[in-house]
Design a protein around this ligand. Structure first.
Ligand SMILES: CSCC[C@H](N)C(=O)N1CCC[C@H]1C(=O)O
Length: 358
């Protein structure tokens, strides 16, 4: 069904075919969950006439059922097979869509096969429009993924965090997420004290101390769909300055959430957060966009930034996660996952947003 829709949109957009490698698009289009195939060439080839063929390593022969596929064995050259498939599907030349995230070695070999006869374009020219609006099954899966991270936050509040290393806390969070879901949507971020001034801090050996604000950013997967939550908690009594920035970020997040409306450009949501932070005098310390789309990928369309033209529609799902990061001092970020429903935003993640002191 999704594959048919994709083929019709691809043809309308003037492309002769597409080459899709394993990942969110392949899963979205076919329901095939192919574990990262590593270096072994695995691609779905589709043409605008509705014909398609999966080329996969023979390791998958027993697990891919009811799907047109051809398998190659270790020792064979898979590109000979791919060349044959491209010929059969009349795709030896022309405008082709190619998976944005394809490995460079596969891409280079495919370009060699084309010998200058392919014009390649990123696949997401077509898939981003299809994937941006979620149906009720997708939203259901995202609600499950969101519930899991809310529950993990409740668990975290019961742990003895004082003196714990960031990396140990990140591992505990990962295990707790895995217990309640299909897995993590990205490696948890635990950023304490001055490390919290780095929005993508990699958890290290620093131990949580009294007076720290600690950013906890983690996500779960359910049926392929992601959640992504951030809460900032306090260990003991933080400084007045940290308490002040916490309140500013909380207000910015609330204002951005309230700004969500069907029919407005996504940049209006970003503006609501950014203006709140700028008015409080911290504009230069809000160094990233307000949010990103969320679905099969943890970062996808619609992006919620100052230049986001995408007009919000019911069924779109994204994060709202403003932050303030002050080098040498620390930082705060508060993030929820939101769906546009009945014309307004509805939070999927619901964990406590008031500052919790442990
Ligand atoms: C996938 S790693 C980062 C996860 C995090 N929740 C996130 O998306 N962000 C943290 C800083 C801003 C935002 C981002 O756009 O990267």
């Amino acid at each position: 069904m999704r594959l048919e829709k994709f083929i019709s949109e691809m043809a309308k957009a003037g492309f002769e075919g597409a080459i899709v490698s394993p990942g969110a698009n392949l899963y979205y289009l076919t329901g095939l969950h192919i574990h990262e195939a590593g270096e072994r060439l695995t691609v779905l080839v589709v043409n605008a006439e509705g014909e398609y063929m999966l080329l996969a390593p023979s390791l998958y022969e027993n697990v891919i059922e009811n799907f047109p596929a051809t398998f190659w064995r270790d020792g064979e050259n898979p590109y000979h097979r791919l060349s044959w498939i491209l010929g059969e599907l009349k795709l030896s030349e022309g405008r082709l869509l190619i998976e944005n995230t394809m490995r460079a070695d596969w891409l280079i070999n495919i370009l060699k096969l084309g010998n200058g006869r392919f014009e390649l374009y990123p696949l997401d020219l077509v898939t981003r429009e299809l994937r941006m609006r979620k149906d009720r099954h997708e939203i259901e899966a995202m609600k499950h993924a969101a519930k899991a991270v809310d529950r993990v936050f409740e668990e975290i509040l019961g742990w003895d965090l004082l003196g714990m290393r960031e990396r140990d806390l990140a591992l505990k969070i990962e295990l707790a997420v895995r217990e309640l879901s299909d897995g993590i949507s990205f490696e948890p971020i635990v950023a304490s004290g001055e490390n919290a001034a780095n929005p993508h801090h990699a958890p290290g050996d620093r131990r949580l101390r009294k007076g720290d604000l600690v950013i906890l950013d983690y996500g779960a997967k359910w049926n392929g769909y992601c959640s992504d939550i951030t809460r900032t908690i306090a260990i003991g009594q933080p400084s007045e300055k940290l308490l002040e920035i916490y309140e500013v970020v909380k207000e910015a997040q609330e204002n951005a959430y309230r700004a969500v409306r069907e029919g407005i450009p996504a940049r209006e949501v970003d503006r609501a957060a950014r203006e709140t932070i700028a008015k409080a005098g911290y504009g230069e310390y809000f160094t990233h966009r307000t949010g990103h789309g969320l679905g099969l990928d943890v970062h996808e369309e619609p992006y919620i930034g100052p230049d986001s033209e995408t007009v919000l529609e019911n069924g779109m799902t994204f994060t709202i996660e403003p932050g303030i990061y002050i080098p040498g001092l620390g930082g705060v970020r508060i993030e929820d996952d939101v769906v546009v429903q009945d014309g307004r935003g509805k939070r999927l993640t619901r964990a406590e947003r008031e500052l919790i002191r442990l």
